[in-house]
Design a protein around this ligand. Sequence first.
Ligand code: ADP
Ligand code: MG
Length: 699
Amino acid sequence: METETKSARFIRGIGPKRFEALNRLGVQTIRDLCYFFPRRYEDRAHFESIAHIQPGETVTVCGEVITLGIRPLKQGSIFELIVGDETGTLPAIWFHQAYLKNQFQVGDRIILSGKAERYQGRLQLSSPEYEQIKQEETDPIHTGRITPIYPLSEGLAQRSLRTAMKEVTDHYVLKEIQEFLPEAVRKKYSLVELPAAIQAMHFPKDSESLEAARRRVIFDEFFLFETILLSRIRSVQLKERAIPLQNSRELLAEFKHVLSFELTPDQEKVIHEIAENTSGEIPMNRLLEGEVGSGKTVVAAFFLFLAARSHLQGALLVPTEILAEQHYQTLKKLYAPLNISAALLTGSLEPSERENVRQRIKKGSVSIVVGTHALLQEEVDFNRLGLVVIDEQHRFGVRQRAKLVLKRPRPHLLVMTATPIPRTLGLTLYGDLDISMIRTLPKGRKNIKTYWISHQKEGEVFDHIRSRVLKKNEQAYILFPIIDEIMRPGITEKSTEDEEAELYTLNAATKEYERLRKGVFRDVPLGLVHGRLLKKERDLVMEKFHKSEIKILIATSVIEVGIDNPNVTCMVIENAERFGLSQLHQMRGRIGRGNQEASCFLFGNPTTEEGKRRLRIMTKIRDGFTIAEEDLILRGPGEFFGTKQSGIPFFQVASLIRDAELLTVVRDEVKQLLQDDADLTKPEHAFIAEEMNYRKNKF
Ligand code: ADP
Ligand code: MG
């Protein structure tokens, strides 16, 4: 069924010029106009008594025209009228709009809205919006109500557009807009009917009806977005098959038996969620989000274990060699009593060794492979790859992710990230991924006290390290992080800029290492580690650090991701003002992993307000999800989405941050709906399909 929708040209007051201006804003049809929502509203429903008006206030007054007239200026003229109510009188003036004289007559009842200003000792309204009240029951348009303020472009004026929109609201909405949500859904979520909602979006009776309308419109935006997204995903998934991983109570018990700790309730929960996918034939695409230190690795380890028990192979892909090495060690230890073989494959293996590992992967004599990008190379040929886990997802480009997933049969995919993407944003960014979240840290984690300090006070910090950290036999990091792609989303391959940045921080770190080694910490074993060290050298430093033979590790951002050493209780971050919130949070997550108090010092002298705000947030907030949301607010979602400049954006009213909860609810509802009626062919869903088509073409 296809409703015809007429050109916006048919609306009284929209001539060729205004039509063209509207076109530039993405509006062609009357239906588009219905969805052309106000940018904001002004509450002009409450009338101020003239006697109570204070200078500087924006007010709406209602009264009678007492006098009016034109004063000529050297150029142009001023039209002035005086309005009076029971409490007093107030002049209003308009420049160069002599024609207004014919619009008003003494004795007319009018409403004026504008800012009261003092001019030559008296209060007046300058160019207020006006409305005549012809009869008591007329519905005012411009003032005397919650008034819509529309986005404008050249050739569109607020007043005439608003008048046209009133025409649309009164005479066209009911014809153009039809309810598309099934009655049951509308009832379930107490949503107002769509035509009424659209009307109230433009000319709401009161703030409650506006709120209800907004809720309906937001619901629709999410609902249609998810329907489009999920049905697209479905159609892809239907074609692909994965091999189910075995799972059972016994297998879980077997795995838990080798752990030295109990799983947290959140870990149990996500294991359950992930298992629902892995035991099916539809390839899993799941994002596991978890606060740094929340224990994602063990969750991954469990499913890799299941892959092995299912006579399949599992791959764990990580962004850095240090992290690969660390995960490999962890898994090897964990899997030894379970009789599962693990191997490490990184770029810095000797060629003969690498060849050897490749052969074992190919023969299938190794079950679990931990590796860096080297794993993505074509010549790595798995025997029976059943599960791919990608750690620190944000470090990999979409293309790299795709490479592994292109293998056939298609392995299940679990991506993990600690760069906490607010759930809602995750749904949009990684639209094709289901999401699991670990929100709570294992018990006993202590707070990380975070301080923002100017570099000049480094003496105090070094004192702290000596007297509070080293004395307790704990360790510290001093970081010189490199600005990386987190700050510049979209860039995944290394550029020369990256190299320069790396070189710069490398120099800074080396200098600092020398300075401290010969200075304040001359009696303390220090280590330096950076991306340009040979693997052997780096391994040696890291090993010493893990054994606590090195007490303070000075490092570039190589340690930023994933490194797990619970004995480190202090971190200093240099040039902290240069980093994004999420990145700072990520780095800080390297400490506070044990049971001791930890402290983090941010050295930085930010010059911008935003920079200061970032560091202030870091000192106050530990929770990564809150931080991520703050980050999003500071940077704006545009950076995440790549803003579309023309046309009406998909989320006109909804905010992915503010309305986060609703999006998750809607997503579940849509999932249910599609499970029920994948192609939306049931009669009660016919209108949804139609509405989807309209929106699809629009965005
Ligand atoms: P992340 O989620 O940042 O990758 P890790 O997986 O590295 O975190 O886990 C951080 C630390 O917490 C590790 O030392 C790990 O052994 C430990 N850990 C994980 N789960 C638990 C648990 N349930 N109880 C206690 N410690 C745990
Ligand atoms: Mg990790």
